[in-house]
Write a protein that binds this ligand. Structure first.
Ligand SMILES: Nc1ncnc2c1ncn2[C@@H]1O[C@H](COP(=O)(O)OP(=O)(O)OP(=O)(O)O)[C@@H](O)[C@H]1O
Length: 689
């Protein structure tokens, strides 16, 4: 084992001469420097204490922990001290730079397998050491795998690593949220039950993909999207077709790391025995293969920085939207995003605004955006189909995640608030991370994934303020287009007595009543405009035929069935939407096209209600007429015999009142009818515009 020399490094800034910048991190700049008394080249990481949120004591403690680490594959700090508003961490100078920088400079498509095997083998040895010493690194990525000029590989940035020894509880899971999104394990993102050293194994798997492709999976995505993709989708992996140049054992090793259930991931020690690492070479091979011919680190960094600054300017001009800007964090090499609520809110806002923004980096996305405009109604169908497809189809695009574009791009048409969806994602139960859940491995979608998706889709629907009813929403894998989600009834106003707002619905066979479950008829379906894009109950597909009469009229996504118009008596409105209610939709999230069907529905519902009122009035008039006739007859008979009693006079007065009310109602209805007609004309004009 290599031991750091017993040399004493000075802890005063005046003993160092900062030379060129060789790296930039989230909160630090790294310089090549000269330690004057020792006449030795070192690297100094300068952290601006005013800029970073970390508590100085915490940082000190971490640096001390770091200096206790002693392993040839872990970058150990020589010393650290504060100067002015900065913390200086003095480290060995790694002349090759980070794997990320090397790839950016010379291997944009990633390294060859023997190099990858060697780099990963050395990194894994560092992880075995850290884990054995109760440490989780929490930031394993190509940017933290450094190479010195001899080809020695060291895992850097233990600054963020968590010491598990402080309470003596080695297996204690962490609940803090530090790290880097693309490399972050799902359980870290979920923040539910904490996480342990297996989180490093996930990051190690993502790093393997990064070294193979030249970039990490989702590296061009916003943190929000990375989060959604990591949680919802099948794990990334080496693709059969795209990654043909890589061996089966490499693919297997990556697949073993990228299992969503941390319990099913191997420990670092076990992973080290994987036959993939038999291909690992010596340091000298690394130096000879990838460092030979490279410019000095400071020179490469200068060129890269200039290139990236240029790129940023171009991108800034191209995309004013913040999502693109957030991607620049990655381009700049800064990857330690903080997942605080505000970040997520702004990301969520961006996704909402995404509609209509073309994505030059992803032409498919642009296509899909356009397609979505033309096909708003398909969204939920696609959501569920894609879930279904995802579970069966082998990933055919980069990292097997391209379908997620569809899923995500479909979200805004529901006026989804991704933050809420995200909360839904986080709000997963114990089973979600339970080892008893079906294997995450392969492409089959597990219950946990399905749950997350179900929650997501439930949230999609819930955007309009209606509670998600029961657990029947998410599993349907097909959602016929143009199908009315009319299982919910709308009962607006006290027009019909309870018995009439019956739990019955006349079905095709008029002699047969379809009894709605009691709870359904009791539910209050008042609510704002609701685009119900999913089947409400599991039985809907079969119930559609049973519970609906023939369609007699279609209004956009809604239809009127013969059941609705059944003349047998007062009927219910079978439009699920717009049944009164106080809340109104968020106007910012509505487009004219999306509102029209609902307007049509309101109007249709109005017409239906008017008809109901008329029927009821007629019914009242008829029965009151009959009653009047019989009362009059009886009264006349009685008058001939006896003088009218007080009770009879009261009855007569009531009947007259009733008739007057009915008359008033008819007048009111006439006025409403005129207004409706005007509205209908305006709406039709809008529809045919
Ligand atoms: N000892 C070193 N020798 C040479 N280059 C270094 C050394 N330490 C870091 N670097 C370079 O500086 C870059 C930034 O280092 P830092 O540790 O801050 O990176 P980071 O992990 O990306 O930061 P963060 O995770 O905070 O964004 C590294 O990616 C690497 O290229």
């Amino acid at each position: 084992m290599e031991h750091i020399s017993e040399k004493r490094y000075p802890v005063s800034a005046k003993d160092y001469k900062l030379c060129e910048e060789v790296g930039e991190g989230g909160s630090a700049t790294v310089y090549k420097a000269l330690c004057i008394p020792l006449n030795e080249t070192v690297a100094i990481k300068v952290l601006d204490l005013e800029r970073c949120n970390n508590d100085l004591d915490d940082m000190r403690r971490e640096e001390q922990t770091m200096s206790l680490i002693d392993h040839p594959n872990v970058l150990q700090a020589h010393c650290s001290f504060t100067t002015g508003h900065s913390l200086w961490v003095v480290m060995p100078y790694m002349g090759g730079g980070s794997c990320l920088h090397i790839m950016k400079s010379a291997y944009p498509e990633g390294f060859e397998e023997p190099i990858i095997a060697t780099l990963l083998h050395e990194t894994l040895k560092a992880l075995v050491y850290l884990h054995a010493h109760g440490q989780i690194h929490r930031d394993v990525k190509a940017g933290n795998i450094l190479i010195d000029s001899n080809g020695a590989v060291k895992l850097a940035d233990s600054r963020v690593s968590a010491c598990m020894f402080d309470t003596g509880d080695r297996q204690r899971s962490r609940n803090t949220f530090v790290g880097t999104s693309c490399w972050m394990a799902p359980e870290v993102m979920q923040q539910l039950h904490g996480y342990d050293f297996k989180a490093d194994i996930w990051s190690f798997g993502i790093t393997a993909l990064e070294l193979a492709h030249g970039h990490a999976s989702f590296s061009n995505k916003s943190p929000m999207k990375v989060l959604l993709m990591t949680l919802q989708s099948a794990p990334p992996g080496l693709d059969y077709e795209r990654d043909m140049r890589f061996s089966k054992s490499f693919k297997e090793m990556v697949a073993a790391c990228l299992v969503k259930d941390p319990k099913k991931r191997p420990t670092s020690e076990k992973l080290l025995k994987h036959h993939f690492f038999k291909h690992a070479q010596l340091n000298e091979y690394v130096a000879r293969t990838i460092l030979d011919g490279l410019d000095p680190l400071e020179e490469r960094f200068r060129v890269l920085k200039a290139k990236e600054a240029n790129l940023l300017v171009q991108k800034k001009a191209l995309y004013e939207d913040k999502e693109q800007l957030s991607q620049q964090e990655y381009i700049k090499g800064i990857s330690a995003w903080n997942f605080n609520l505000e970040d997520l809110k702004s990301q969520a806002a961006l996704i909402q605004d995404f509609d209509g923004i073309s994505n030059a980096e992803d032409p498919d996305m642009g296509m899909k955006q356009r397609h979505r405009h033309n096909n708003v109604e398909l969204t939920a169908e696609r959501l569920s189909h894609e879930r279904a497809n995802h579970s069966t189809a082998a990933p055919s695009h980069e990292d097997g995640f391209s379908d997620l574009h569809d899923l995500e791009s479909s979200l805004p048409s529901f006026a989804i608030k991704p933050l809420q969806a995200l909360k839904g994602c986080f709000d997963v139960g114990d089973d979600d991370v339970d080892g008893s859940s079906p294997s995450w491995k392969g492409t089959a979608q597990t219950d946990s994934e399905q749950q997350v998706l179900t929650k997501l889709s439930a949230n999609v629907v819930n955007q309009d303020g209606e509670a998600n009813e029961g657990g029947n929403s998410g599993r349907s894998s097909s959602l016929p287009r143009n199908v009315v989600m009319e299982n919910k009834k709308c009962f607006s106003g006290p027009l019909m007595p309870d018995d009439n707002i019956s739990s019955k619905k006349i079905v095709g066979d008029e002699n047969r009543d379809f009894v709605q479950p009691k709870h359904q008829s009791e539910r209050n379906y008042s609510g704002p405009l609701l685009y119900r894009q999913r089947r409400e109950t599991n039985n809907l597909s079969s119930a559609e035929d049973l519970s609906e009469g023939a369609v007699v009229q279609r209004k956009g996504r809604f239809k009127v069935t013969s059941a609705d118009l059944n003349p047998k008596g007062p009927t219910n409105c079978y439009f699920n939407s717009v049944c009164g209610g106080s809340s109104s939709p968020s106007t910012s999230s509505l487009t004219a096209a999306s509102v029209l069907p609902s307007l049509q529905c309101i109007l249709q519902q109005n017409i239906m209600q008017r008809e109901e009122i008329l029927k009821l009035i007629k019914y009242v008039e008829q029965s009151s007429d009959k009653q009047m006739e019989s009362t009059e007859a009886a009264t006349n008979d009685l008058l001939q015999i006896l003088p009218a009693s007080a009770r009879e006079r009261e009855l007569q007065a009531q009947l007259i009142n009733l008739q007057q009310s009915a008359g008033n109602l008819v007048e009111e209805l006439q006025r409403q009818k005129m207004k409706n007609t005007q509205l209908e004309r305006r709406l039709n004009a809008l529809v045919y515009k």
